[in-house]
Design a protein around this ligand. Structure first.
Ligand code: KG4
Ligand code: ZN
Length: 392
C-alpha cells in the first residue's frame, strides 16, 4: 500500500503553518511567522494571533500544496492540531480543516501538537534532484539535506523543549507515549524569553541568547540548579527566572550592564537552563536502565535505546552538544559496568532542519500518518480544540 498524502495544518500558537507529507517524507512545509506582530507585546497575544491566522491560513495552504506539486483533490486526508495551544488560535486551523474535509470529502485526523514535536525527528527530506548550472559532466545533483535513518529503535526518550512545553516523553512506539517528567511551572524557552526580556534583547529571546552566549563566559554567574533533591524527573524554571531578576536588579541599580556583562549573563543563564535539563536526563537514563534490570518483563521500564530532541529550543547548538554529552556519558557508564553493549543508547536524533524544531505543520502530518494507517479518523462534528491537551 502506498503512503497517504496528508495536508497538515498547525495554528496552535503564533505561526500559521501548512504542510504536505507522505509517510515521514516532507513534501512541503510552509510557515507564515507572526513574530513581528507579537514583538511589541514581548509574547504571543492570542487575539492578534487569531486574526493573523485567519488572514494567512488560506494562502499558506495554497503555497504548501503548490510547493508539494499537488492539489487538494489528490490529498488523502487533512490533519490538524487540536491542542495543546491557544484556544482562539487553534480554532482557526480546526475550522479550516473541517471546511476542507467537508468540501472535498476527505477524512479528518486530529493531532496532538506535542506528538508532532516528538515525531519531528523522524521526518525525512524529499530525495529529489536539483538542477544546477550546466557544468561539464554535471547536470544535476542530489539534495544536500541528509535525512536520518528512518528505522528507530524503541523505546526512545523524547526531550521536548519549547516555549510552551518542557517534558521527557517515553516513546515505546509511534502513538504510544508516557510522560516521565515535565516542567512544574515555566517552559525552558519561556524562561529564556523572560530573561531576555529583562535584558531588553527582543522577542523571542532564545536565539539571541544563543548568539550572545557564544561571546560570554558561562561560569560568570552561577545559576541555581533546581530540584536536585527530588526523585522525580520533573523540571522547574521559575526559580532561575526569579534569580535572574533579583541579580539584575542589584547589578543595574547604579549603572547599566556592559556588553561583556550581558554576554556573560546570557551564557550563564543558558547554561543554567540546559544544565537542569541535562541533570534530570542523566538521572532518568540511569534509573530507567537500572529498573529494566530489576523488572525485565515490564512494558515501560525498559532501557532507553534512543534519545530524541524536539521543540523550538532544539535548534540551539549548545543544548544539542550538552545532551549528546549526557548520552556519551551514559554509554560510558553502561560499558564501564560491563553491561551489554546492546543496551547502550544507539542514536541521538534531532530534526533534519531547524524549521522542523519550531512550530510547523510537517510534524503534524508525520504524526497523522500513523493514524491514517490505522484508519483513526475524527468525526467532523466531534472534532474540537483542546487547549490543555496532554500527550499521555
Ligand atoms: O516550538 P516553538 O516554536 O513554540 C512552542 O511550541 O513553544 O518554540 C519557541 C521557543 C521560544 O521560547 C524561543 O525563544 C525558543 O523556542 N528558541 C530558542 C532557539 N530558537 C527558538 N531557544 C534557544 N535557542 C535557540 N536557537
Ligand atoms: Zn510547539
Amino acid at each position: 500500500m502506498r503512503n497517504a498524502y496528508i495536508l497538515a495544518i498547525d495554528t496552535s500558537c503564533d505561526d500559521t503553518s501548512a504542510a504536505v507529507t507522505c509517510g515521514t517524507t516532507v513534501l512541503s512545509n510552509v510557515v507564515a511567522s507572526q513574530t513581528e506582530l507579537h514583538k511589541p507585546y514581548g509574547g504571543v497575544f492570542p487575539t492578534v494571533a487569531k486574526l493573523a491566522h485567519a488572514e494567512n491560513i488560506d494562502r499558506t495552504i495554497q503555497v504548501a500544496l503548490a510547493r508539494a506539486g499537488t492539489s487538494i483533490m489528490k490529498i488523502d486526508a487533512v490533519a490538524v492540531t487540536v491542542g495543546p495551544g491557544l484556544a482562539p488560535a487553534l480554532e482557526v486551523g480546526i475550522n479550516t480543516a473541517k471546511e476542507l474535509a467537508l468540501s472535498y470529502k476527505k477524512p479528518l485526523i486530529a493531532v496532538n501538537h506535542i506528538e508532532g514535536h516528538v515525531v519531528s525527528v523522524l521526518a525525512q527530506a524529499q530525495k529529489r534532484t536539483i538542477p544546477v548550472q550546466k557544468r561539464a559532466g554535471f547536470t544535476e545533483r542530489f539534495d544536500k539535506v541528509s535525512s536520518p535513518d528512518p528505522v528507530a529503535t524503541y523505546p526512545a526518550l523524547a526531550v521536548i523543549v519549547s516555549g510552551g512545553h518542557t517534558q521527557f516523553v517515553l516513546v515505546t512506539a509511534v502513538g504510544q507515549y508516557k510522560v516521565l517528567g515535565a516542567t512544574l511551572d515555566d517552559a525552558a524557552g519561556e524562561c529564556l524569553d523572560k530573561i531576555g526580556r529583562m535584558l531588553n534583547l527582543g522577542y523571542p529571546a532564545g536565539p539571541i541568547i544563543e548568539e550572545f552566549a557564544k561571546q560570554g563566559d558561562r561560569n560568570a554567574v552561577s545559576f541555581p540548579l533546581p530540584l536536585t533533591t527530588t526523585k522525580t524527573y520533573d523540571l522547574s524554571f521559575s526559580g532561575m527566572k526569579t534569580f535572574a531578576r533579583n541579580l539584575l536588579e542589584r547589578k543595574t541599580a547604579h549603572r547599566p550592564l556592559s556588553k561583556e556583562e550581558i554576554y556573560d549573563f546570557c551564557a550563564s543563564a543558558q547554561y543554567g537552563v540546559f544544565k537542569h535539563i541535562c541533570y534530570k536526563l542523566e538521572k532518568l537514563l540511569i534509573d530507567q536502565y537500572t529498573a529494566s534490570l530489576v523488572h525485565p518483563n515490564s512494558q515501560t521500564e525498559i532501557a532507553i535505546r534512543e534519545v530524541w530532541l524536539g521543540g523550538g529550543v532544539a535548534a540551539n547548538m549548545t543544548l544539542r552538544k550538552m545532551l549528546r554529552g549526557i548520552v556519551s556519558k551514559h554509554n560510558a557508564w553502561v560499558s564501564k559496568k560491563n553491561l551489554e553493549a546492546a543496551q547502550q543508547i544507539s542514536a541521538f536524533r534531532v530534526p533534519y532542519s531547524k524549521k522542523l524544531c519550531a512550530d510547523n505543520a510537517a510534524m503534524i502530518g508525520i504524526a497523522a500518518a500513523s493514524y491514517f494507517e490505522k484508519s483513526v479518523f475524527s468525526e467532523l462534528e466531534k472534532l474540537q480544540r483542546v487547549p490543555q491537551l496532554r500527550i499521555a
